[in-house]
Design a protein around this ligand. Structure first.
Ligand SMILES: C[S@@+](CC[C@H](N)C(=O)[O-])C[C@H]1O[C@@H](n2cnc3c(N)ncnc32)[C@H](O)[C@@H]1O
Length: 204
């Protein structure tokens, strides 16, 4: 089964309102084909994971780590991935801390994520944790920045919303010596949705 067949096989297992759009998948495919990425970290896995698992299967040294907060969703996701021959059992499932709206990650969880990535992530795909139980912003970045390097590529979904678009500004501020190409991907299925990629200029 090739990548397209895998995506088509599992696509309907994911709610259209929650899954990555075809536009995002296409753009992510281009990014993965173009840049030499190793560590990939995704908050909120799903249909997009098909692409990342395919990538790490073919690219020596590439690693993909995913975190979710809903055990039931993660179990279903792992089963769905199994149906296309993918072992997704290493997904990290962590509840949301209601005080700060982010995954409850212990120091050893963080160390574990870092080790699984081989140190740092070259690509972050931020598609969770989802509202209303969570706020995706500042706390996510407290966790992600130590795992990032200045040349990391960032993908933030739902940047039509203030919370998510704020993330882009915070990332740019954090890496203030870098300039980024900001690539917006409108969702052609849900016209009010968009995702945004921050690609360091040295790649362009
Ligand atoms: C925003 S979706 C995106 C998934 C993935 N990045 C993709 O491209 O398909 C991921 C998050 O949504 C949650 N989720 C997925 N389907 C859901 C549903 N039908 N109802 C509520 N939450 C859902 C999951 O817990 C997960 O954290």
């Amino acid at each position: 089964m090739n990548l397209k067949e895998k995506i088509l096989k599992v696509r309907d297992s994911y709610d259209p309102a929650w899954r990555a759009s075809a536009d995002v998948l296409k753009e992510m495919g281009e990014i993965l084909n173009t840049f030499n990425l190793e560590g990939i970290l995704e908050l909120g896995p799903g249909l997009s994971s098909v692409l990342f698992y395919e990538y790490v299967y073919w690219i020596p040294g590439a690693k993909y780590v995913a975190i979710d907060h809903v055990g039931e969703y993660a179990t279903k996701h792992i089963k769905t991935m199994e149906s296309i021959g993918v072992d997704a059992s290493n997904i990290l499932v962590k509840d949301i801390d209601e005080r700060d709206g982010f995954y409850t990650l212990s120091d050893s969880d963080k160390e574990n994520v870092k080790n699984q990535l081989g140190g740092k992530a070259d690509l972050f795909f931020i598609d969770g944790p989802v509202e209303p139980s969570a706020r995706c912003c500042d706390r996510a970045l407290d966790f992600l920045f130590p795992l990032a390097h200045p040349e990391s590529i960032w993908v933030v979904d739902d940047t039509n919303r203030d919370e998510e678009s704020k993330l882009l500004r915070l990332i740019e501020q954090h890496f203030h010596n870098m300039s980024y190409m900001e690539l917006e991907i409108p969702d052609s299925t849900f016209s009010n949705r968009k995702s945004t990629l921050l690609i360091p200029m040295e790649y362009t």
